[in-house]
Design a protein around this ligand. Structure first.
Ligand SMILES: Nc1ncnc2c1ncn2[C@@H]1O[C@H](COP(=O)(O)OP(=O)(O)OP(=O)(O)O)[C@@H](O)[C@H]1O
Length: 438
């Protein structure tokens, strides 16, 4: 996405990947099998001076790994992170230590991120020591000033972290980050461990500090309301990738990407920014070891594009895809339905009903060709087992979203979205691209 702000952004991340090696046990090693957890898998972003860039997504989609690899608290597997034009990934550890003065991190859990053996004064003073910024009386004054700045009493400098409340501990964490006078603070779920009323206080503090010191924030949260509240721009993350980016209002009002829409719908109270009908988001984020092909969200997307060979409504298509995907993963036919003991022992008609009920499939699909293919697959499931049925389903039902990995499409106004539905050259009815390919 282009930078329409003036000059070089404070932070620019290009094609960042952070993979973990989770090769585990004798068998993996014997078979030479390496299991790579693709926690962050090619992320680019820009953070502009004085802004808050929100990063939102469900648990497990890679937000923390992204935050840590941007600051090289985790070594990135690939990609670059530029701070004021200089590549952090190329710095030696000594250079990086110096650079950390400008780039600070506020952790999610103030209980475990603060050293319990240090007093509040030392928690805040330690970065001053590490960077040789102040000693003696000057250090004491600076610590008192920092405690005051974050709304803590300087008289509490001799207390230990466990003597503070959760909100106060998070203030301590913020004071510690502020001690070195940074430009950028990466805030990783800074309020998610706090009660709602305390959350608001800490968010207000962060906003005040941003205004006072001209800070730029990368702000990570799974809570969309928090993200909406604090962010100038937002990036929506799913399975190691950004699926949508743009100014906050553009991304949420109305939501464009089906994942963003689903996240908004999941908010218990209807979101004031949005008056849509709401779509459901089932299941959890799939494993980043072997992410789904094409659009990674296609296995859960309520708006996954139907196969153009059939005339099915998106809701019906979703149920057909759910059966197809589950059959591909299942060990046997019995595990596809909740019926016990073995549903395949039931007569064909009863079994058909059980499968349709399990997947919310209609008694008869409204498209004759789709119904025929589904009927054959259910027959195979009943008579031959899961392998035959999975193969039939897989060859009969494929979404273009499974085949095509969507690039980021520009919607204008610095708003980008990685979803095939926004490819102007793609004809959903025909299932073809502008060049005739499918
Ligand atoms: N050290 C590790 N080794 C292997 N896999 C890891 C490691 N740390 C995280 N993961 C995996 O990487 C993926 C992304 O995790 P990450 O913590 O970055 O996500 P997140 O969006 O921050 O989630 P949460 O909010 O739950 O922390 C997850 O599948 C997680 O299980």
């Amino acid at each position: 996405m282009s930078d329409d702000g003036a000059g070089e952004p404070v932070l620019r991340v290009e094609g960042l990947k952070a993979h973990y090696d989770s090769t585990d046990g004798f068998l993996d090693r014997l078979l030479g099998r390496s299991r790579r957890v693709k926690a962050v898998d090619g992320v680019s972003l820009e953070l502009r001076e004085g802004e808050t860039l929100g990063i939102v997504g469900e648990s497990g989609c890679g937000k923390t790994t992204l935050a840590r690899s941007v600051l090289r608290l985790i070594e990135p597997t690939a990609g670059s992170v530029y701070h004021r034009g200089e590549d952090l990934t190329a710095l030696s550890s000594a250079e990086l230590r110096d650079r950390r003065r400008d780039l600070q991190y506020v952790f999610q859990d103030p209980h475990s991120s603060l050293d319990p053996r240090l007093t509040a004064g030392d928690v805040v003073g330690e970065p001053l020591d590490v960077h040789g910024l102040a000693t003696g009386a000057e250090r004491e004054d600076r610590v008192r000033e920092l405690l005051e700045t974050v709304g803590l009493s300087p008289s509490h400098a001799n207390r230990y972290p466990h003597e503070f409340s959760g909100g106060q501990r998070q203030r301590l964490g913020i004071a510690r980050a502020l001690a070195v006078d940074p430009e950028v603070i990466v805030c990783d779920e800074p309020v998610s461990a706090l009660d709602a009323s305390v959350q608001a206080q800490v968010l207000n503090l962060l906003a005040d500090l941003q205004a006072e010191f001209g800070l730029s924030y990368v702000f990570i949260a799974h809570d969309l309301r928090v993200i909406e509240h604090v962010s100038d721009r937002v990036a929506v993350m799913y399975l190691g990738e950004f699926v949508e980016r743009g100014p906050t209002e553009a991304v949420f009002d109305p939501p464009y990407h089906p994942y963003t829409e689903a996240l908004l719908s999941a908010i218990p109270e209807p979101d004031p920014l949005w008056e849509g009908d709401g779509i459901r988001l089932d299941g959890t984020v799939p494993s980043p070891i072997d992410p789904p092909s094409g659009c990674r969200f296609h296995t859960r997307c309520p708006r996954v594009i139907p196969d153009a060979d059939y005339d099915l409504r998106p809701e019906t298509w979703r149920t057909v895809m759910d059966l197809t995907l589950r059959a591909a993963e299942a060990d046997d036919a019995a595990s596809l339905t909740a019926a016990r003991p073995d549903p395949t022992e039931a007569p064909r008609e009863t079994f058909d009903g059980l499968v349709r009920e399990e997947f919310d499939l209609p008694d008869t699909l409204p498209d004759a060709a789709a119904e025929e293919a589904l009927g054959e697959a259910i027959d195979a499931l009943h008579d031959e087992g899961i392998g035959a049925a999975a193969a039939l389903l897989d060859s009969a039902f494929t979404s273009p979203c499974e085949r095509h990995r969507p690039p980021e499409y520009e919607l204008g106004g610095d708003h980008g979205i990685a979803c095939l539905r926004y490819d102007d050259g793609f004809d959903e009815e025909a299932g073809t691209f502008a060049d005739g390919s499918v």
